[in-house]
Design a protein around this ligand. Sequence first.
Ligand code: PLP
Length: 463
Amino acid sequence: MHGAQLDAIEREADTRRHLLSPAEEMAKLGEESRPLLAYGEGIYVVDTRGRRLIDGPAGMWCTQVGYARQEIADAIAAQAMKLSYNSPWYTTNSPAAELAARIAEMTPGDLNRIFFTTGGSTAVDSALRFTEFYNNVLGRPDKKRIIVRKDGYHGSTNLTAACSGRAGNWPNFDIEQDRIVFISSPNMRLADGKSETEFLDHLVAEFQQTLEELGADTVAAFLAEPLLASGGVIIPPKGYHARIKALCEQHDIVYISDEVVTAFGRCGEWFASEKMFGVVPDIITFAKGVTSGYVPLGGLAISEKLLARVSGENAKGSYFTNGYTYTGHPVSCAAALANIAIMEKSNLLDHVRAMSEHFAAGLRSLADLPLVADVRSNGLVGCVECLADKTHVVADDFDRKIGARIDAICFDLGLIVRPIGHMCVLSPPLIITREEIDRMISILRQGILQAADELARGDISQI
Ligand code: PLP
């Protein structure tokens, strides 16, 4: 048995007794423990029982270059010995400066100044706090509303949770409502018979009407993922982002593209906003893939045009006092530089582009299976939406139960799916090969077919 496995077995009792995990079902606190992973290699993770699993979601959309990459481990160790920490409030460090310069080269337009955070939520939170600061310095204290979409996900701080349109996350939390305004999810399945172009016109008209109702001079920002990842890989109609951006420009509204999932190769580009979705935002947020999940790091890239309006002679004595103890952490930034070096050396973006059609074709091959209501993908992120009754548009608890059953069957067959309710989302490590994609799709096919059989036999009950 692998040494790490033995150690992990001992930790199962501690997990049940001492850990509080995200999305914990409180009625079962201490009764159930999640699969305890012992180690990872390449696209696989191995649990304490020795089960080797394809990491279908790449952790949480983040393990781009896969597990156990010596180069990243070495970079982390070397930086920890060289300079393990510095206070970003009055000093800086070389990896942070170098990483900022590298990211500025990758971002579109004039998004050339980078602020580092501790993860995705703090990146989005900082972007929103920047727009707050921006409008206050500009003398527009009433320009504060944030427009977001249903089905969007932006994080788990107070403000980013309130901006997340997945209402299932809200019960028993106090969600700020005054400043945050939701518009429709750009999900073609909700188009109600409209063509893609008609649906696009409808969504743009809704945005325009929202601005009229609120008064554009009260709206600070539009915050959007290029594709709505946690919402189920919802890909908006072609041209959506550019049309909304044009309205934002017209009304001096900051357009924030939340690329926490889509950046660093997931869609085949360093950043997806411009090259995949045709928009140059004012701010882009990133996290996850920047370090392939080896250590926490997030950040935002801000346009020079925005900064020029509140800096230099326009600063009016202001300080941008938003920040964290671990802003620009030297070890995290060194890990990110090593991660980027691996991605460049192995031409990983080209690999993702080469694999994306094969991945999409594999997902499409599941479209005719029972339960499968829709499949969609972009780059190496995709979703197979499963519903007990394919004619339904909205899922219910029973559909979510079926999703959980597909997940359990796939887990036993060697694939982590981590369905989001009834949606089987796959976003594997970007190093995945053609054969491994085939294996992943084949397991998912078996999982769906077996769950459909169980449903037909009445083995999955409504209760
Ligand atoms: N934004 C998006 C689009 C995300 O998908 C996530 C997390 O999944 C976040 C923000 C929050 O990132 P984190 O969990 O690193 O705080």
